[in-house]
Design a protein around this ligand. Structure first.
Ligand SMILES: *Cc1c(COP(=O)(O)O)cnc(C)c1O
Length: 445
């Protein structure tokens, strides 16, 4: 691959493993490290890590030999290490922490499907992963082999999708869809492709990062039969970018799969403008487009990874304008309680008047943009796309306010709370007679 100057690593204990084994994803899966004894062979565990690894009820630990090799064994603060090796911080609960912080269970019409947005669904197809991220937003189900999805549940998911024509985008996630037996993954893609209203399918996978050897020619040949297919990978730090990952991304993009990256903003790992800049530059060199940078969820066990929201805004400040637009992800807070993703960033609009806006750029240069004095608004009546809108009631959101279909959006309980007068306006009571208040009515005092 051209311009591939990324390096390769293998921890000394694996140096005698034959290449055929090392490069076999099944070997990587069955030789994962998960115990104190395993880790003692590759690095020097800290007391905090030892304490976590010997505690009960810990979220599953499993790390591929490939991924563990990316850790600098001498560095207790290594950014790869902190993502996958638990510390005592994980077993302390924090106030505000929730098991299901995104209220996914509440949005689930059938097991494993999360239908939160009007036109797309999240389809959880497995609870298993290549390795387990300590800040996992779905740690309530992920990693537990007793919580896996059955064939019967896949059929329920598919049946829901067949009878829900507004779904045009299905996002396969989990767990990690690429750990599924290839036969099952292909079965699901086939069934999804048979549903005419499903326009695109996406796969969210960290396997290219945890074990790039999973991206075989057979996998790419299989996937490309089901286009349009998109994929998001999950890289958080430049140390995760290796020659092997670059090769895997090259194969996937050659198979016609556009690649995006979703990162999580993590304290002590990637909460740094310059680390993020290196990360996004390395990603675009592999033709991976930074997609989202997530604020860490309010999930149990992840409290010690959280940063202030302002850190994410600062990172976007340090990217937008400073580097290629392709390299700038959208910073999002996935709203607790199931509100979905909310994008945040610096404010570039400083002020406005009736025909002028005051803007600033990344350098702090302040400018104005004079708006047209005469603008003939788009006419929905002559636009076929406007006329063909069909939407579930209540789904227009804030756009409905702009299009003046609605004048307000009220929080739950608003009407009851603001109906203390019983529905009749009686700001003043004079004897038993109610009179409307009006200018010049002579009632003002
Ligand atoms: C993130 C997410 C999606 C996809 O959102 P996009 O912004 O389209 O990437 C869909 N459903 C759920 C429940 C999600 O959390």
């Amino acid at each position: 691959m051209a311009h591939n100057t990324f390096s390769s690593k293998r921890a000394p204990i694996f140096k005698d493993v034959p290449d055929e084994k090392w490069n076999d994803w099944r070997w990587q899966l069955s030789n994962r490290l998960n115990s104190i004894e395993d880790f003692d062979k590759v690095l020097k565990l800290t007391d905090s890590e030892r304490e976590a690894l010997s505690s009960k009820g810990l979220f599953r630990v499993d790390i591929t030999p490939y991924f563990v090799s990316l850790i600098d064994p001498e560095d207790p603060n290594d950014p790869v290490r902190k993502q996958v090796i638990p510390t005592a911080g994980e077993i302390n609960s924090f106030t505000g922490m929730m098991e299901d912080s995104l209220a996914e269970d509440r949005h689930s019409p059938v097991p494993g499907l999360v239908h939160r947005y009007p036109d797309r669904v999240l389809m959880l197809v497995t609870t298993q992963c290549g390795s387990y991220c300590r800040y996992c937003t779905r740690s309530r189900i992920v990693g537990d082999p007793n919580e896996n999805f059955s064939r019967a549940e896949f059929e329920l998911q598919l049946e829901y999708l067949r009878r829900t024509p507004q779904v045009r985008d299905v996002l396969l996630s989990g767990g990690d869809p690429l750990v599924l037996a290839p036969r099952i993954l292909e079965y699901l893609l086939q069934r999804l492709r048979e549903i005419p209203h499903i326009e695109i399918v996406r796969i969210g996978s960290r396997l290219p990062v945890f074990m790039p050897m999973r991206v075989t020619d057979e996998l790419c040949d299989m996937l490309q039969k089901y286009h349009p297919l998109w994929m998001n990978i999950h890289v958080n730090h430049p140390n995760e970018i290796t020659a092997e990952l670059a090769e895997a991304c090259d194969k996937l993009t050659r198979a016609g799969i556009p690649l995006g990256n979703q990162s999580v903003l993590l304290a002590g790992i990637n909460d740094c403008v310059y680390t993020q800049r290196r990360l996004v530059h390395d990603l675009v060199r592999m033709r991976v487009r930074p997609y989202y940078l997530y604020q860490c969820d309010l999930v149990e066990g992840a409290g010690h990874f959280r940063t202030p929201v302002a850190k994410g805004i600062e990172i976007i400040e340090g990217l937008r304008g400073h580097t290629s637009g392709y390299s700038v992800p959208t910073f999002v807070v996935d709203a607790p309680g199931g509100g979905g993703k909310i994008p945040l960033g610096p404010n570039y609009l400083l002020s406005s008047s009736d025909h002028n806006v005051v803007l600033r750029n990344y350098e702090g240069f302040i400018t104005t943009y004079e708006e047209p004095l005469s603008y003939k608004a788009h006419d929905p009546k002559t636009c076929k796309y406007c006329r063909n809108q069909t939407q579930e009631p209540g789904q227009k959101g804030v756009l409905g306010l702009l299009e003046s279909d609605e004048m307000f959006i009220k929080p739950e309980g608003f009407d009851e709370l603001h109906n203390r007068g019983g529905g009749v306006h009686r700001l003043r009571e004079r004897n038993d007679k109610w009179k409307p208040l009006g200018i010049g009515s002579g009632e003002e005092e």
